[in-house]
Design a protein around this ligand. Sequence first.
Ligand code: CMP
Length: 152
Amino acid sequence: MIPVETTFLMIKPDGVQRGLIGKVISRIEEKGLRPVAMKMLWIDEETASEHYAEHKGKNFYEPLIEYITSGPVVTMALKGDSAISIVRKLVGDTDPKEAPPGTIRGDFGIEISRNIVHAADSEKSAKRELDIFFDEEHFQDYSRVEEEWIYE
Ligand code: CMP
């Protein structure tokens, strides 16, 4: 059975400031994944610390919170077969220096602390992160006409 998953992706403040919203969304759409929820917001400190709770205490935690709350972000839910691992591959390694060309971070970034996007790394984190940013009514139930040409 095809494992249809919904994952979480955020275009971070540097991605928004650098005018990369359209390019990031294009790559998702062109791959064949379906955006099912989308929201632009300016994250407050409380939400930032909830989202990045696993990094609390690490040496990059304080600058990370400052960065993620420094400007608006675009959050989205993406649905499709194996969406979680596909989006991680499209995004590339956390450190843009290591991310191969062809990936979002590999093509657009240099520093790990300015890596343009965040993507959930597992089913558990996808659910947790989607719950932080979206309520049930934000999700749209539809299919794209081209899906019959993407899936057999
Ligand atoms: P992200 O995928 O959002 O998850 C945690 C973020 O912390 C990461 O992307 C980077 O933006 C940021 N970060 C900054 N320094 C580091 C580091 N040394 N290791 C991992 N993540 C870092």
